[in-house]
Design a binder for this molecule. Structure first.
Ligand code: TXA
Ligand code: MG
Length: 321
């Protein structure tokens, strides 16, 4: 299902009136409001149950708008924006006067991205301004990758939902801080470390779980209802068996290459291809929750390419609550 011109116009009106619009991006669905309207931005935090100190990403229709929203654009920022926008890359820069502190959680920096999805870009063009949007889920839970996920989780808290089908990337954008001398990755995501390094021409450190303390980077982010336990790939079957014997309703994310008999309540064979795994990841976690599993056993993929973002989200899902 795809949103039509009429839907886009209606959604733009909702944004102008200070309302909330859920919209598809290539990564996950966003919950958007007029970035320059503090009251509208406040409604995002309310709808999500998110603490007001957690900064939001401001979405723009194109690279040419970047200068309107930030104090200055360092050379590295231009370089990355030109190479990866529209796309799953978010840049953290110094806040310009157009960005209210409500959108940045009080920070003097702002996160900006141009998403690569036709519906998102049409909405942003029709609206004209910046759209502040976190992922369209309740605080701490798994990001939505279909309009149905948004409806199920936020329902009436959203004024308008644009349906753009299933998200193609499936994990959130990569966040790169370009304020200091050296760019640093705050969250691995849809743009891989390898692609960033190639564009920059030098090595980048990407901690598995961010060592940088940023509000909104709690370990228990991206968590399904069920408890998540990570084990070595060759231990998945044995761990599932043990947990089942102790009466748990066990869901398993089983690497397809290891597919053998596993005795569990629900088994999902995860794709060997990292882009396909990333696309499916949040849907798999939701499915296991939906089937009533109280424990999810999974293993970490090799942390290369999109495997890095997948492993980051699985670690957080398994983190302390
Ligand atoms: O792919 C994505 O990035 C999706 C789509 C909708 O664009 N958005 C998303 O937003 O994942 P959210 O709010 O769920 O995560 C954005 C994260 C925040 O949790 C915060 O850690 C970081 O971006 N962030 C935002 N502004 C920041 C800033 N000024 N400095 C450092 N980190 C910031
Ligand atoms: Mg989020």
């Amino acid at each position: 299902m795809t949103a039509g011109d009429n839907d886009i116009e209606q959604a733009a009106v909702v944004l102008r009136d200070g309302g909330l619009v859920a919209f598809p991006t290539e990564t996950v669905y966003g919950l958007g409001a007029d970035a320059e309207n503090p009251a509208a931005v406040g409604r995002i935090f309310q709808a999500k149950g998110r603490p007001p100190t957690h900064p939001l990403i401001v979405h723009l229709a194109g690279l040419e708008q970047l200068e309107d929203w930030v104090k200055e654009v360092p050379a590295t920022a231009w370089q990355l924006a030109e190479r990866f926008w529209p796309g799953p890359l978010t840049l953290v820069l110094q806040r310009g006067p157009r960005v209210p502190l409500e959108a940045t959680g009080g920070l003097e920096t702002v996160a900006i991205r141009v998403p690569d999805h036709p519906v998102a870009l049409e909405l942003l063009s029709a609206f004209g301004g910046g759209v502040a949007a976190p992922s369209a889920n309740r605080f701490g839970s798994v990001s939505p990758t279909t309009a149905e996920h948004v409806r199920a989780e936020l329902g009436d808290a959203v004024d308008f939902i644009l349906d753009g089908g299933a998200c193609q990337v499936g994990v959130e954008s990569t966040i790169v801080d370009v304020v200091g001398d050296r760019p640093s990755v705050l969250r691995p995501g849809g743009v891989t470390r390898e692609d960033l390094e190639e564009a920059l021409g030098h090595h980048l450190d990407v901690p598995a779980t961010s060592r940088v303390r940023v509000p909104g980077q709690h370990p228990s982010h991206y968590a399904p209802r069920a408890q998540v336990v990570l084990v070595e790939p060759d231990q998945v079957a044995a761990e599932a068996d043990l947990a089942r014997q102790s009466g748990r309703r066990v869901g398993v994310l089983l690497p397809a290459s290891l597919a053998g008999p596993v005795d569990a309540y629900a088994v999902i064979a995860v794709p060997d291809s990292m882009p396909a795994y990333a696309r499916g990841l949040y849907g798999f976690l939701r499915e296991l929750d939906g089937r009533g599993c109280d424990l999810i056993i999974a293993s970490l993929p090799v942390e290369q390419g999109l495997g890095l973002a997948i492993a980051n989200r699985l670690r957080r899902a398994a983190g302390p609550r």
